[in-house]
Design a protein around this ligand. Structure first.
Ligand code: SAH
Length: 346
């Protein structure tokens, strides 16, 4: 039987204040709770010493506090950590922690599986099971902090795990609110990135609600190619997507769109692809992140040789596009982009 009690982590601080007020609890207790749960990471109300005893007992009694439990953890030779976490209904959720010199990034999932079926993505091959709740998104941060090395601090969160964030938008927005709230995780807005395959009608609602970075998985600059790689392109083709990006408020050189481009051998790694990309994104404040395809069993695609990747990056840079060529991380434990495919929901 599923636990019918509400979940404390489902509510951003403002909503928790309202819920408390309605229940006869002083609204400002919401900030205290957030500070224990998220800033300090203490999940047992008995230890919330600046709350009165009876309130602590009531919170422990009437609310759920943990949405995800540890199921499995793998550490890559390069320091990347992939966790498989288990929800109350048995659904499995994957998160990846990526330590770099200057920052430590957590990649969170927003759905169990994904309905978008991008041809090169392992998650897409799983199909779609369900949306994650706010608590299940936020609890990935709570659990993964437990996997940090001593002295290591989580600095960035990217919504680039399993699922399409914009198809679970209200919950993603509430989770972002908790990431940014000064009494909760207190991350700076530019340290949070939400990535989408291009659910055009929901882009504006996202950027208007929260001031985070927007990443768009482009992968092709010709509709015929993108229709195959990222099938949602058939509903929202490139001209519609790019026109909306040009029209979105708040984007500019200091808040560019991050275009993701997974380099796939013989598919989107040619000179013509680079030129068309440059041409199509004219007028969009943009940075391009190139990621060599991570191979996996569900796709016949392969990454291009390193020199092809560098040449592609060079083609963009020469034409004045800001571009980064990313090293794959965590591929030895299937933790790299597009390899998340936890199977075996109960
Ligand atoms: N659905 C959202 C969030 C997932 S982000 C989106 O599409 O943006 C995960 C990123 O990894 C996306 O850019 C996705 O296209 C990319 N990706 C998927 N499979 C990959 C693979 N096998 N190798 C490299 N990148 C991949």
């Amino acid at each position: 039987m599923s636990d019918p009690r509400p979940h404390l982590k489902d509510l951003p601080v403002a909503a928790l204040r309202e819920r408390f007020a309605a229940a006869g609890i002083a609204p400002w207790r919401a900030e205290q709770v957030a500070s224990w749960l998220y800033a300090r990471g203490v999940e047992d109300p008995a230890a919330w010493t600046d709350l009165p005893q009876d309130l602590r007992a009531r919170l422990a009694d009437e609310w759920q506090l943990r949405a995800l439990a540890w199921d499995d953890l793998a550490r890559s030779a390069d320091g990347t950590v992939k966790a498989r976490l288990r929800a109350a209904d048995g659904a499995l959720v994957e998160s990846v922690l990526i330590p770099e010199e200057e920052r430590t990034t957590l990649c969170v999932s927003t759905q169990v599986g994904c309905p978008l079926a991008c041809s090169f993505c392992a998650t897409g091959a799983l199909g779609f099971t369900r949306n994650l709740s706010v608590a299940e998104i936020v609890d990935q941060v709570c659990r993964m902090r437990e996997a940090l090395a001593p002295g290591q601090r989580l600095t960035n969160v990217v919504f680039m795990g399993m699922g399409e964030p914009l198809l679970n938008l209200p919950r993603v927005i509430d989770a972002v609110r908790l990431l940014l709230h000064p009494k909760a995780f207190a991350l700076a807005p530019r340290r949070v990135t939400v990535s989408t395959a291009g659910v055009v009608p929901r882009l504006r609602a996202l950027v208007e609600a929260v001031p985070v970075n927007l990443a768009v998985s482009l992968h092709a600059a010709h509709d015929a190619k993108r229709d195959v790689l990222v099938p949602i392109n058939r509903r929202f083709p490139l001209d519609v997507l790019l026109a909306e990006l040009r029209a979105l408020p708040g984007l500019g050189p200091r808040r560019p769109v991050f275009f993701e481009w997974t380099l796939i051998e013989g598919v989107n790694d040619g000179r013509d692809d680079a030129r068309e990309l440059v041409r199509r994104i004219q007028g969009v404040p943009a940075k391009v992140n190139l990621i060599p395809m991570n191979a996996h069993a569900d796709s016949p695609h392969r990454p291009p040789p390193a020199e092809v990747c560098s040449r592609f990056a060079g083609e963009l840079a020469r034409r004045g596009v800001m571009v980064t060529l990313r090293r794959p991380r965590g591929a030895d434990i299937d933790a790299a982009c597009g390899q998340l495919a936890a199977r075996g929901a109960a």
